[in-house]
Write a protein that binds this ligand. Structure first.
Ligand code: ZN
Length: 293
C-alpha cells in the first residue's frame, strides 16, 4: 500500500448514475461504488457518506453532467446551471462536497474529465492536441492541449455545431430544443430514434440511417480538424457501439476532406481506450492536478 502519495477521491456525476472512487490515481483505485442519480440531497448524502469512509483524502475531483460553471473565478463555480433534471438546477455540487468533507475539490464536465483521461493515459496519450467526443443521449466534447483542458468561460459545446444537411435527410427538423437541426439534434441517440423509431444498432445494416449518421459525424471530425489540428479525435458514447459506424466515419471523413490535412483520417480518428471508466479516471486526474497546482 503506497503511503507517500496523496489519497484521492473521484466522482463521475452522470445523469443516471454517480460512479465514486477512492485511490492513488486511475490505475490504483482501492474502493469504488456506483449509486443511482436521484434528487441532489439523497445522491450527495450517499456520495459524501462513501467518501467519508476513507480518512485522509487530500483532494476530490468531480467530472459532472452539465451545464455547469467550471470557471474558478466565477462566484457560481461548482454549480450545476439550468438543467431539465428535476432539483439539480443551481445545485452547488462542488461546494457541497467540499464543505461536507473539508477537502479541496476540482470540478469540470464529465466530458472534459474523459478527454483528459484519454489524453493522459488512453487513446490519445501520444498527442499534443486531442479531442474526445461522446455520441449518445447528447453529443459533447472536450479539447486537450499540452495536457490541459481547453476552455474559457463555459466549456466546448461541440454537439451544437451545425452540419450541412444530407440530401436524403432534409425533412427532419431535429430534436435540439435550442437549435433544431444542430449535430446533436440530428445525430444523437434520441435524434435517431425520433426519425427512424429505433436505435442505430437495431436498424438493418442496409438502412440509409447508417450512412446519414456517419456522414454527419465525419463532417464533425473534419470541422474539428480544420479548427484545431488535433492529433487525435476519440469517439465514444453509446451510438458509437453501432457495428460498422466507426469505420464508416473514418472512410467518409477521408473521402470528403479533400486531402487537405497533414495526417490521414485513419490515424487521427480513434476509438476510446478507457471507456467505460474514462470519466472516473479523469476525475482522479482533476484531483491530482489540483494538488500539483
Ligand atoms: Zn443544439
Amino acid at each position: 500500500m503506497p503511503t507517500d502519495r496523496p489519497l484521492l477521491g473521484a466522482i463521475e456525476a452522470g445523469g443516471t448514475k454517480f460512479v465514486l472512487g477512492v485511490g492513488y490515481g486511475p490505475g490504483e483505485i482501492i474502493d469504488q461504488r456506483q449509486i443511482a442519480t436521484r434528487d441532489p440531497e439523497t445522491t450527495l448524502a450517499e456520495t459524501i457518506a462513501f467518501l467519508g469512509e476513507h480518512a485522509g483524502l487530500a483532494a476530490i475531483g468531480i467530472g459532472s453532467f452539465g451545464p455547469l460553471e467550471r470557471d474558478s473565478r466565477d462566484p457560481r463555480w461548482g454549480h450545476i446551471l439550468a438543467t431539465p433534471k428535476p432539483g439539480w438546477s443551481d445545485c452547488d455540487l462542488a461546494g457541497h462536497v467540499a464543505r461536507a468533507l473539508g477537502v479541496p475539490v476540482a470540478f469540470d464536465t464529465d466530458v472534459n474529465a474523459a478527454a483528459l483521461a484519454e489524453a493522459r493515459a488512453g487513446a490519445a496519450r501520444d498527442t499534443q492536441v486531442s479531442v474526445y467526443v461522446t455520441i449518445g443521449t447528447g453529443i459533447g466534447g472536450g479539447v486537450i492541449a499540452d495536457g490541459r483542458i481547453v476552455g474559457g468561460k463555459g466549456h466546448p459545446e461541440l454537439g451544437h455545431m451545425r452540419p450541412r444537411r444530407a440530401a436524403d435527410d432534409s425533412d427532419f427538423e431535429g430534436v435540439c430544443p435550442f437549435h433544431g437541426d444542430c449535430l446533436e439534434g440530428l445525430a444523437s441517440g434520441p435524434a435517431i430514434i425520433a426519425r427512424w423509431g429505433q436505435s442505430l444498432s437495431h436498424l438493418a445494416a442496409d438502412h440509409p440511417a447508417h450512412a446519414i449518421i456517419a456522414g454527419y459525424l465525419a463532417e464533425m471530425c473534419n470541422t474539428l480538424r480544420a479548427a484545431l489540428a488535433p492529433d487525435a479525435i476519440v469517439l465514444g458514447g453509446g451510438v458509437m457501439g453501432t457495428p460498422g459506424l466507426f469505420d464508416s466515419i473514418v472512410e467518409t471523413a477521408h473521402a470528403t476532406d479533400g486531402g487537405y490535412f497533414a495526417l490521414p483520417a485513419a490515424q487521427v480518428i480513434r476509438r476510446p481506450a478507457l471507456a467505460p471508466v474514462s470519466g472516473l479516471a479523469g476525475a482522479f486526474l482533476l484531483a491530482a492536478d489540483l494538488l500539483d497546482g
